[in-house]
Design a protein. Structure first.
Length: 788
């Protein structure tokens, strides 16, 4: 709807007025922040002058302690004031540039006056009139802007639902205080503004989307009742964006009780972390902790094994087809990610209460002091219904007692005698003091020398046993690798009758692959979570109770067991999982494949599913081409932003790399600066990079890359997951490269990274993932016809 010239003038006047008030506040804040900072410096400098330290007697000590605490509290309070002021100052600096992006005029039922609500990145209240000149985009009333068109509307306020009439919904693009675009929208968030946002070139960092959040995304962002929120959405439908704006929303809604440190995001790789790191700071919030599941596995298992990462596992699947154990391994990966295998692990651990627990003997100076048999006997002397965690606690206690008994038994041994001679004078002094204290109130004269000798002897043995004690404390007397091995070797005994069918025929080969790797102190990725799960069931779950919200992005990469594992790890947390089955590049069974079964992780009533079907990243033409590669093409809706149709270029081996260089150059000439040459594997990426690096300035991305790099990159498809580029050149989309069904998702992921242009080179006949598409969704060129 057109906006009149008078409206433009009025709105600009309002912008000017708001900016003036913000600027005044900024000046005032600067003065205040300056004086708070001076206070902080002053208190730090004079900290000890303000505290009188007197340690003469217990009363003085207590008084000194109290004075220090009081002074530390004053300092902490000032520091808090300063950091709050700094945060407000940052928000004001953002608001002065771009005070708001939306407006709704709302008349609440029963009221005669219409409120004009301007919506921006943060709230701003005029302190003289007590009027909100800008509302934070996360305020309850702001949801009107995201959820409704003008007409009858309602929103949820803390006190309940508020209904009324929305008379105007207006959107703005304001840069450095000038309104550049403005229009009235009558359908959700007007396409013009979104078009403007999506038409821009990509960046090294993801941007916030607050001005153009769509209704379906808003449902994800503001969902505050589900314990588990499962978001499934097409490539480019804004899952990651919605997740990050959701973090900002939750931090706003629960300010005072929730901090960024109580939230954690599991992401696909460290490069992705750097890509999304600027969104929350842009929204005026601190970043939440970001990690990868692999980091967690390695942290827990590195003492025992070198844990394979998912990328190496995938490289194996994509490149080692001729290996003798290929089929066994691929089937093993699938089976071990299934829920049937999780049940086997549980059944096995349950059976250990009756038999089969494996122990490591405890030896000291080459002599077994507690044998496996003794431990086994003790372990199985408990009542059968004595649970595993209680047994472990009792075993630990019992073994520590054995060590104390050993101190007693060994203290007079000859080797101890020798070691006593070598003790420090300080140890002698300590032993002497102890003896004096012991004898202080006794009338008889004791053999003080003998007493000291005994203390010193115990000291020697106690110290020698330190390592063993630590191992006992950590329950390292349980042979976890041995247990896992036994479970693999005798799996049929533990698979319930219903689950036996799920067991692959070639299980012996599958087990052998893992056992051989374990011999080499390596753990295949498909075994890492099952192994850790079994370990936790036996030794007790480690938990982190401070985390309140867990976000899992690219959730299609997780098995059901991994999701459950995370749930146990953070027992107090709510979980938001976001994924796209069409991008399941790994061969394991993704938990999302049976998303509705995930309802029982927290219970159906606490679980909600949301589907995002609009795809925003790529042009209409790219989405039309890619969506049919998936099984859910009907659920993927392109956004009406048009561009060129994808081009498939049939090359020859001899001309392939030259054509690649020409294509990249031509894309650069069209003004695209972020261009990805997407290869199938790391090995292919290395080869391509070596071949073209002298002709085009580019960077090779590997799993070790930690920063998202702008410019031209050569990258394996699986590492490009989650990120995007202005233009994508798929290095070789021929049928010899993308031949198998399990490579469909990889190919789809590669193609859907493109925002504006997609080019696919093909050194042979194009893959059937391309050939099966309707011919009018892409342009097929032949090298001979188009060589420039
Ligand atoms: N409401 C929106 N307004 C503006 N841009 C949006 C919106 N939603 C998504 N986008 C843009 O679309 C692109 C894709 O978003 P995002 O990466 O969040 O999608 P995704 O679903 O996580 O994608 P994928 O699964 O393919 O990694 C980003 O450039 C993002 O900024």
């Amino acid at each position: 709807m057109a906006v009149s010239e008078q409206d433009w003038r009025d709105e600009q006047t309002y912008v000017d007025h708001v900016r003036e008030r913000i600027a005044e506040r900024m000046d005032a804040m600067e003065v205040k922040a300056g004086s708070t900072k001076e206070d902080v410096v002053e208190i730090r400098r004079n900290f000890w002058d303000e505290v009188s330290v007197n340690l003469t007697n217990p009363d003085d000590i207590a008084e000194t302690h109290f004075a220090i605490r009081q002074q530390a509290e004053v300092l902490a309070d000032k520091e808090r004031q300063y950091s709050t002021a700094a945060k407000v100052a940052k928000t004001l600096a953002r608001l002065v540039e771009n005070p708001f992006f939306g407006r709704v005029d709302f008349r609440e039922d029963g009221e005669s006056e219409t409120d004009t609500v301007y919506i921006g990145l943060g709230s701003f209240r005029d302190e003289d009139t007590d009027e909100f000149l800008i509302y934070d985009w996360r305020a309850p009333i702001s949801s009107l802007y995201y959820d409704h068109s003008p007409g009858r509307v309602s929103f949820q306020a803390p006190g309940g639902e508020i209904t009324g009439e929305m008379e105007v919904k207006r959107q703005y693009v304001i840069r450095q205080g000038r309104i550049e675009l403005m229009f009235d929208a009558n359908v959700t968030i007007g396409d013009e503004l979104l078009m403007e946002a999506l038409g821009r070139h990509s960046d090294t960092q993801m941007r916030s989307i607050v001005a153009t959040i769509q209704q379906e995304q808003n449902a994800v962002i503001r969902n505050d009742h589900s314990r588990m929120l499962i978001v499934q959405g097409a490539a480019g439908s804004g899952k990651t964006s919605a997740a990050l704006q959701r973090v900002a929303y939750l931090l706003y809604k629960h300010r005072g009780t929730l901090t960024a440190r109580q939230m954690v995001l599991f992401s696909p790789n460290t490069m992705f972390n750097s890509y999304v790191a600027s969104v929350l700071p842009e929204l005026g919030e601190e970043n939440l902790e970001q990690t990868t599941f692999q980091e967690y596995l390695e942290r827990r298992l590195k003492r025992h094994f070198q844990v394979e990462d998912p990328f190496d596992q995938l490289e194996f699947v994509l490149t080692e087809e001729n290996a003798t154990h290929y089929r066994a391994r691929v089937e093993g990966i699938r089976y071990k990610s299934s829920y049937a295998f999780t049940r086997v692990i549980r059944a096995y651990c349950e059976s250990l209460l009756n038999r089969g627990m494996r122990f490591r003997p405890i030896s000291f100076r080459g002599k077994v002091i507690v044998s496996r048999e003794q431990m086994r006997e003790h372990f199985y002397s408990y009542e059968p219904n004595f649970r595993m965690n209680h047994r472990m606690e009792s075993m630990r206690k019992w073994l520590l007692e054995q060590l104390v008994a050993l101190e007693d038994a060994e203290k007079d041994a000859d080797w101890v005698e020798d070691e006593v001679e070598l003790l420090d004078p300080d140890d002698y002094r300590k032993a002497h003091q102890r003896v004096s204290r012991m004898n202080a109130h006794r009338d008889e004269v004791f053999n003080e020398h003998g007493q000291e000798r005994e203390i010193l002897g115990r000291m020697v043995v106690h110290r020698k046993l330190a390592k063993i004690r630590k191992r006992v404390q950590k329950l390292q007397f349980i042979d976890i690798p041995g247990l896992y091995r036994t479970m693999l070797e005798h799996i049929e005994e533990y698979a319930a009758v219903d689950d036996r069918e799920a067991l692959p025929d070639n299980w012996t080969d599958i087990a052998r692959y893992t056992l051989e790797a374990m011999e080499q102190k390596q753990l295949p990725y498909e075994d890492a979570t099952p192994y850790l799960y079994m370990m936790e069931l036996v030794l007790g779950m480690s938990v982190n109770t401070s985390i309140q919200h867990v976000f899992i992005d690219e959730a299609q990469d997780y098995s059901r067991l991994q999701i459950e594992f995370i749930r146990h790890l953070f027992p107090r947390a709510r979980m938001t999982i976001l994924g796209d089955l069409n991008q399941s590049v790994y061969v394991h069974e993704p938990a999302l494949a049976r998303a509705h079964d995930l309802g029982d992780v927290y219970g159906e009533e606490h679980t909600e599913f949301i589907r995002l079907s609009r795809s925003y990243r790529s042009t209409f033409e790219i989405v039309e081409f890619t969506r049919r590669m998936t099984a859910s093409d009907g659920e993927i809706v392109p956004f009406e932003r048009h561009g060129e149709r994808p081009r498939v270029i049939r090359t020859t081996d001899a001309e392939h790399n030259r054509r690649l260089v020409n294509e990249v150059r031509s894309l650069q000439d069209q003004g695209y600066s972020s261009i990805a040459v997407i290869c199938k594997t790391a090995a292919e990426s290395e080869k391509v990079y070596a071949a073209v690096k002298d002709d085009i300035e580019s960077s090779l991305i590997s799993k070790e890359t930690t920063r998202f790099i702008h410019g031209i990159v050569v990258i394996p498809a699986y590492l490009a997951k989650g990120v995007e580029f202005d233009a994508v050149v798929v290095y070789d989309g021929s049928r010899t490269v993308y031949a198998h069904e399990h490579e469909r998702q990889l190919f789809y992921t590669a193609c859907t990274r493109a925002m504006h242009e997609l080019v696919i080179l093909s050194a042979d006949e194009p893959s059937h993932f391309i050939a099966d598409q309707p011919k009018d969704t892409y342009v097929l060129e032949h090298e001979s016809e188009t060589t420039c």
